[in-house]
Ligand binder design. Structure first.
Ligand code: NI
Length: 253
């Protein structure tokens, strides 16, 4: 059984054992890991990891909570790295209205600017949207990505999912779907066609049951695959195989 972790933060400080993390992933059938970034430093680190390990691929970009860090040269550096073939998407980018003190206009401005970088390079975007689905959809309608793209850690409604599917989006599902307080997510996942779903850990966060509370790592996508299989009443092998093909097609890996 082969799986791909479509969204992991293995550049995070808590991983001083990346070799072992990737070895355990491989032993569990996770053949490829897409390492996502959230600012310039994490983009550079994801880039370095992708250059070091054949089965690691990078996303580069500024998370909406970090757009305040963007300096004049930052986006040029993102763009420069993004030209490399091991950088498979611009991400994670988007809108996040959860934390206090965010600058809505600045988030929107740099969301659009980073979509434009992706479009110029003909690469997909990986979108983070938290408590901002209305504005996220509005921007994506006005500035659609030209490549089929990804909503990461999706937690929106089925109605929003339908609009996003029409804009070419797939959805990566993480450990939240295994939580008891997952709200409507299991039902939404049940109703999204399997050919639009990818597996992710978003590690070190969002550790799926039965390891909730511990540090997450790519090998744990199997618990997400298992939950999706049970929701859809299909085999875990089918979930693994279809989501792996979806990830390979979307990221061209
Ligand atoms: Ni993330």
């Amino acid at each position: 059984m082969e799986m791909i972790d479509a969204h992991a933060h293995i550049t995070n400080d808590c991983y001083n054992d990346v070799d072992e993390v990737l070895e355990r992933a491989k032993e569990s059938g996770v053949t490829k890991v897409v390492c996502s970034a959230f600012n310039l430093l994490s983009s550079q680190n994801a880039f370095s990891l992708a250059k070091k390990y054949p089965n690691v691929f990078a996303n580069v970009g500024f998370h909406p909570e970090n757009v305040g860090e963007i300096e004049k040269k930052s986006l040029a550096e993102i763009e420069k790295m993004a030209k490399d073939e091991k950088v498979v998407a611009i991400g994670e980018i988007g809108l996040d209205y959860h934390s206090e003190g965010f600058d809505k206009e600045k988030q929107k401005e740099f969301f659009v600017k980073q979509i434009e970088i992706a479009n110029a390079l003909k690469k997909p975007i990986v979108v983070h949207s938290r408590e901002a689905m209305g504005d996220t959809i509005e921007i994506l309608k006005k500035h659609p990505p030209i490549c089929p793209s990804l909503m990461h850690c999706y937690s929106g409604s089925l109605e929003s999912a339908k609009i996003l599917m029409n804009l070419g989006f797939s959805f990566s599902i993480g450990g939240v779907v295994t939580f008891k307080n997952a709200c409507s997510l299991p039902e939404v996942v049940e109703n999204i066609p399997l050919d639009r779903l990818l597996l992710e850990t978003d590690c070190p966060f969002m550790t799926p049951v039965p390891y909730r509370g511990q540090r997450n790592e790519p090998k744990n996508v199997v618990y997400v695959a298992d939950k999706i299989a049970r929701l859809k009443g299909i085999s875990i092998e089918e979930v693994a195989s279809v989501t792996t093909e979806n990830a390979k097609r979307l990221f061209k890996i």
